[in-house]
Design a binder for this molecule. Structure first.
Ligand SMILES: Cc1cc2nc3c(=O)[nH]c(=O)nc-3n(C[C@H](O)[C@H](O)[C@H](O)COP(=O)(O)OP(=O)(O)OC[C@H]3O[C@@H](n4cnc5c(N)ncnc54)[C@H](O)[C@@H]3O)c2cc1C
Length: 504
């Protein structure tokens, strides 16, 4: 499947000859700036970069640059700016919303060679790392000091901190310890004209406008990150997890709201429905209750006394909400076993379906049961199966729509199903993005979430950093034209015209 029109340079297709001419121009400009092995443009070399984790959409870049020094990053950006060529920054390519999908008339700028941990400071509890460092590598480097980096996406063994910053990534432990934005102090990088930029500081609050918050979650549209200063937190003395079974999805959803309502902030609070539990159990054999309509994985961490007390409170609250069965980890190995299924939910879905589309909306916690019921109805409406896994404590849904991308009709139905989930989330008071970003995947749904004036404000911020719109163009902020067309389709489908949807 080719990239959607918004992600291309223009709506008019570019001839093969024109593409070749532009490619020759770009390669000639970048060749003197990089070692020979750090510039790829032959098709067989650039194919590995044609998509990210949203594999249904692909595009081939004109070239892939793999700079090794800051001077090279700056020089590549200056050259692209001079030639007015789009630039798409890329970490590990694990993104699930098409954010790192190449621009077919652009350069993909890989940060893979920026993979050094520059400093771990146990006194200030910070680490300075290059953008291409893997998330898990930061915790590995901090472990000898009894510290770790808290945000833990399930993709942590592969995804990079640069990608985490761009997506404001979350994970299992973000309910208690915060998202990327709460754990990053400083970001250093380059603007599209190759000039150095810096956001935030080593201190808790930087002077001037807080542009750190603007750049975190900006999906590579404002600047290219090369270095990040992160906060480290002490590893808890003890962590234990509870597996709680429910015979009704609604009761499990209500238990989540009841836990938070009782003033408990678990170190992790995840939920899986029956189809998801069956898929992961078959894959990792974690000992999940296969009869349950839903299971909750609920973690407590702290001192042994704190954990014991919190576990007892959690069990009491979940019992009150109708839990039918509990298992409580009695060793670290058992705790990790409980989590192994949740961590492997996406790969497990890959075993039961040729393709899956992972949606990522948020809803107020009290609406968990309602959205699950509606997703069940959508399965019938679109004729596709869906497994549900959630960062339940954050109200962050990850419905995995199962389909076969070789069948264009199934892909189309999966897209409609996905859009329906996102827009139903907005109607229930939530948002179209949780932690995976907008990319190209949720462009149309952004028309539903934001009014034209709000989208214009976002564009204004982008223009202030990138006047010609060269950094990751065609992503995140939909054009007026796209929203107008999407609005017409909404009316045709008999859906609410989007200005009438309740606003978040
Ligand atoms: C199995 C699986 C599980 C996942 N689980 C989670 C999860 O639990 N939580 C979660 O939040 N996400 C999850 N993800 C999504 C993904 O891993 C995250 O979005 C991650 O942050 C992407 O990092 P990356 O290095 O792969 O970035 P990429 O995919 O390469 O890029 C993502 C975006 O960041 C931009 N970007 C990358 N590097 C830079 C840079 N140096 N400067 C500027 N922009 C840059 C790109 O242009 C793109 O827009 C999961 C993905 C998979 C495949």
């Amino acid at each position: 499947m080719n990239a959607p029109a918004d992600a291309r340079a223009s709506d008019a297709p570019v001839s093969r000859e024109e593409r070749q001419r532009r490619q020759a121009e770009v390669v000639a400009a970048l060749r003197p700036l990089l070692p020979a092995h750090a510039l790829l443009w032959q098709r067989e070399d650039t194919i590995p970069y044609e998509c990210d984790g949203l594999t249904a959409y692909r595009a081939m870049p004109l070239a892939v640059a793999l700079p090794e020094t800051e001077a090279q990053v700056s020089a590549v950006l200056q050259a692209c700016n001079r030639l007015q060529v789009p630039v798409v920054a890329r970490g590990a390519g694990t993104g699930l919303s098409g954010g790192a999908m190449p621009h077919e008339l652009g350069v993909t700028l890989s940060l893979a060679k920026f993979n050094r941990i520059l400093k771990v400071d146990p006194v200030s509890r910070t680490a300075v790392v290059q953008a291409g460092v893997r998330n898990a590598a930061i915790s590995e480097a901090a472990a000898p000091h009894g510290l770790y980096y808290a945000p833990d996406p399930s993709s942590k063994i592969a995804c990079t901190i640069g990608g985490n910053v761009a997506e404001n990534s979350g994970g299992m432990h973000c309910l208690k310890y915060g998202l990327t934005i709460h754990n990053v102090l400083r970001v250093r990088g380059f603007a599209i004209d190759g000039a150095p930029v810096e956001f935030g500081s080593e201190a808790l609050d930087a002077p001037g406008l807080d542009l750190l918050a603007a750049v975190i979650g900006s999906e590579g549209m404002l600047a290219v990150t090369i270095e990040v200063t992160v906060k480290l937190v002490p590893k808890p003395i003890l962590a234990r997890a509870i597996l709680a079974s429910f015979d009704d999805l609604r009761k499990a959803g209500d238990a989540v709201a009841a836990l938070i309502g009782a003033g408990i902030i678990p170190a992790g609070l995840e939920m899986m429905d029956k189809p998801m539990t069956a898929a992961v159990e078959d894959f990792v054999h974690a000992g999940y209750d296969l009869d349950a309509a839903a299971i909750l994985i609920c973690e407590s961490d702290g001192t042994p006394e704190e954990v014991e007390e919190e576990i007892a409170r959690m069990v009491a609250v979940m019992e009150g909400a109708g839990a039918t069965r509990f298992a409580i980890s009695s060793s670290e190995a058992e705790r990790l076993k409980f989590w192994s299924g949740r961590m492997n939910a996406f790969p497990a879905s890959g075993r039961i379906s040729p393709d899956y589309m992972c949606m990522d909306s948020t809803i107020p916690r009290r609406q968990l049961a309602e959205i699950l019921t509606r997703i069940g109805e959508m399965e019938t409406k679109y004729g596709l199966r869906c497994c549900n896994v959630f960062h339940a404590g954050d109200g962050n849904l990850h419905p995995l729509i199962l389909f076969d991308a070789n069948d264009p009709d199934q892909l189309h139905r999966a897209e409609l199903f996905g859009a329906d989930i996102l827009e139903t989330s907005v109607a229930l008071g939530g948002t179209v993005t949780g932690e995976h970003g907008v990319g190209i995947e949720k462009l149309s749904s952004m028309c539903v979430q934001f009014a034209p004036a709000e989208r214009e404000q976002m564009l204004g911020l982008k223009r202030a950093f990138d006047p010609a719109g060269l950094l990751n163009p065609g992503k995140v902020i939909p054009t007026l034209h796209r929203c107008a067309e999407y609005g017409k389709m909404h009316v045709k489908k008999g859906l609410l015209p989007f200005p009438d949807l309740p606003r978040f």
